[in-house]
Write a protein that binds this ligand. Structure first.
Ligand code: SF4
Length: 605
């Protein structure tokens, strides 16, 4: 098969044994790779109802047909498991060089199960897997782990490592890879803690197999055609990185602040991409062979944190540690981001959980003595201390390590009302109140509060009616099919959305035709997206998810945005219910949100 290694590697961390299965053409054509393969493999190999930390849970790394080709943003992989935060299907994608190197091993997916008796790392080459001792690496940061393993395995090997947070089973632990100072982090859902529960400190890949293309000339023609829109569409990303979003979203009245009590943040200009770029930008960094180079290295040149050299905080991180905490100290955002990367924590969940804690303190649900360090709105020193304590599960950090929802359940009977989360996943920086497409999008997302299930990008465009619920279930369905296909190819969202289209459109069909040689149509890709969404839903239904779980945070449904350009907006339960009826109808699911046999049959599931 063109575009594929054609093999799946299964590794048992307990015994160190591995086996290989062949990828059939039917599997590849019906699911593409990445997200699609992960959904199928988790459904088939993770027994229903097992705890996320049970050795039977699987961590799947998967690449797709486009990985390691010439398509911009192709060095992208998907990692998936049952999440310890949501208890549901979860996948997270990451860049850097690791994905291209993984493809060169000739394995399209690596499935890790079991639990090693001692810390290990799993090394995968074209020949298969080796499980190697990692006792000396236990306790090290993600970066030090990557450096140490590359010292042994060589600079051509790529390493995906967990940090101290993953070792301590923090429910939102992240894992990271480093290449020429470009971090690639699979941040969300606590998947690094699942590796930690298996005593797996890192997954290492090394290989040299080439991805063969069916029609290189056709691919070149497509890329030549899309070069200009891609360059124009990614200009702001190339210049500032994702923080360019801070100002326009604040101007729209959709930037969550003070644990969502506001959606305007008067201090936003101080933490905007433009301002931080002017003061801190040191150089650009990029994933393998990507012309956009949206990564930035910052250097803090003044104040208490002067001398800090670290990666730029992404827009979502600025929201979580900045506006949500009433914190306009720009340097502290870079430090918080750096700490999260090194210790292995998801920045969105960490910041939003701290925002909940700040409100709980203010309401008297938490006593300052329980928290143990001075902390409150805008207290960035306390914030940084609590980040470290969370990764180490030290003192109050042990409770923060459970995420906002579980922490809320432990402080007050009504506290979950002020948690900004869906299905226990803390939400990102694209408003569930000010963007109606996100309201239904978050409520129905397989992962919960994720902005990579339904996309906010089209909703910020001129001409999009963000205020009306009309047509939004249709929008969510279309957008979810797109993200499922995009994450199955696997492509970087930034390059794909801006270069090839915001939905499943003709350029994607041409791309798949050029890589694989299959005469794929837009309609066939759309059905692949639908198939992947249904596989994820079946996994979640098996875990008990029904209509009752497809809800929004209490605050989003009951408290209107108090002021600013989006004042008055919320998504009342009746409105959400009407959108859900329509959404289930479009999906061919029953009124309780369960896929019908007829629809599953039509999708070949
Ligand atoms: S746009 Fe940014 S995240 Fe995407 S591949 Fe390029 S450098 Fe990596």
């Amino acid at each position: 098969m063109k575009g594929y290694g054609g093999r799946i590697l299964f590794v048992d961390a307990a015994s160190g044994r591995s086996r290989v299965e062949t990828v059939s053409e039917a599997m590849a054509r019906s699911l593409l790779g990445g997200n699609g393969f992960a959904a199928r493999l988790l459904l088939d190999h993770v027994p229903p109802g097992v705890d996320a930390y049970d050795p039977a849970n699987a961590v799947v790394f998967a690449v797709g047909p486009v990985t390691d080709t010439t398509v911009p943003g192709n060095s992208r992989a998907c990692v998936a498991a049952k999440s310890p935060l949501t208890g549901l299907f979860f996948d997270s994608t990451f860049g850097g060089r690791f994905p291209a190197t993984m493809k060169r091993t000739g394995f399209d997916a690596i499935v890790v199960t079991g639990r090693a008796a001692e810390p290990v790392y799993v090394k995968v080459t074209e020949a298969g897997a080796e499980v190697k001792p990692a006792r000396t690496l236990w306790g090290q940061t993600t970066r030090d782990t990557v450096t140490a393993i590359q010292g042994v395995e060589g600079a051509d090997a790529d390493v995906m490592a967990i940090g101290p947070a993953g070792e301590r089973l923090v429910r939102f632990a992240s894992m990271g890879t480093y290449w020429r100072n470009r971090e690639g982090f699979a941040g969300r859902g606590g998947l690094a803690a699942v590796l930690g529960s298996k005593n797996v400190k890192a997954v290492v890949v090394a290989g040299a197999r080439k991805t063969e293309l069916a029609d290189a000339a056709l691919l070149k023609k497509l890329l030549d055609e899309r070069r200009e829109p891609l360059t124009a569409g990614t200009k702001a990303l190339s210049t500032y990185g994702t923080p360019f979003l801070v100002k326009p979203i604040n101007t729209l009245g959709a930037l969550g602040a003070y644990n969502l009590r506001q959606e305007t943040y008067p201090e936003a200009p101080a933490i905007s991409g433009e301002e931080m770029h002017a003061h801190y930008h040191a150089r650009d960094t990029t994933c393998l062979k990507c012309p956009v180079a949206c990564g930035k290295q910052y250097e803090i040149r003044d104040g208490e944190l002067a001398g800090l050299k670290a990666k730029m905080p992404e827009y979502e991180t600025i929201f979580a540690f900045g506006s949500m905490l009433g914190n306009a100290h720009a340097g502290s955002l870079t430090r918080a981001n750096d700490l999260c990367d090194l210790l292995g924590l998801d920045t969105i969940t960490m910041g939003v959980t701290l925002a909940f804690a700040a409100e709980a303190l203010e309401r008297g649900w938490l006593a300052p003595a329980e928290v143990g360090v001075p902390f409150g709105w805008g207290d960035w020193q306390g914030m940084l201390k609590l980040v470290e304590m969370t990764a180490m599960r030290e003192g109050f950090g042990d409770r923060l390590a459970e995420g906002a929802w579980r922490l809320a359940e432990s402080v007050h009977p009504e506290a979950t009302r002020v948690v900004y989360a869906v299905k226990r996943l803390e939400m990102p920086a694209h408003s569930a109140r000010a963007l109606k497409g996100m309201s239904i999008g978050y409520a129905t997302a397989s992962r919960g509060g994720s902005h990579h299930d339904t996309r906010p990008t089209p909703q910020y465009a001129q001409g999009h009616d963000r205020r009306s619920p009309d047509g939004k279930p249709e929008f969510a369905v279309k957008s979810q099919h797109f993200t499922a296909v995009d994450d199955s190819l696997v492509l970087c969202r930034f390059t794909s959305e801006r270069g090839f289209g915001l939905y499943v459109e003709e350029p994607y069909a041409r791309m798949v035709r050029a890589v694989t040689g299959w005469d794929v149509t837009v309609e066939e890709l759309e059905r692949i997206g639908e198939r992947v969404i249904n596989l994820e839903r079946i996994f979640n239904v098996r875990e008990g998810v029904r209509r009752k779980d497809d809800v929004l945070p209490w605050r989003v449904m009951h408290e209107p945005i108090p002021d600013g350009p989006s004042a008055g907006m919320r998504c009342p339960p009746e409105e959400l219910s009407r959108m859900l009826d329509r959404y289930y109808d479009l999906r061919g699911w029953d009124a309780d949100g369960v896929p019908t046999r007829a629809r599953l049959g039509a999708l070949g599931i």
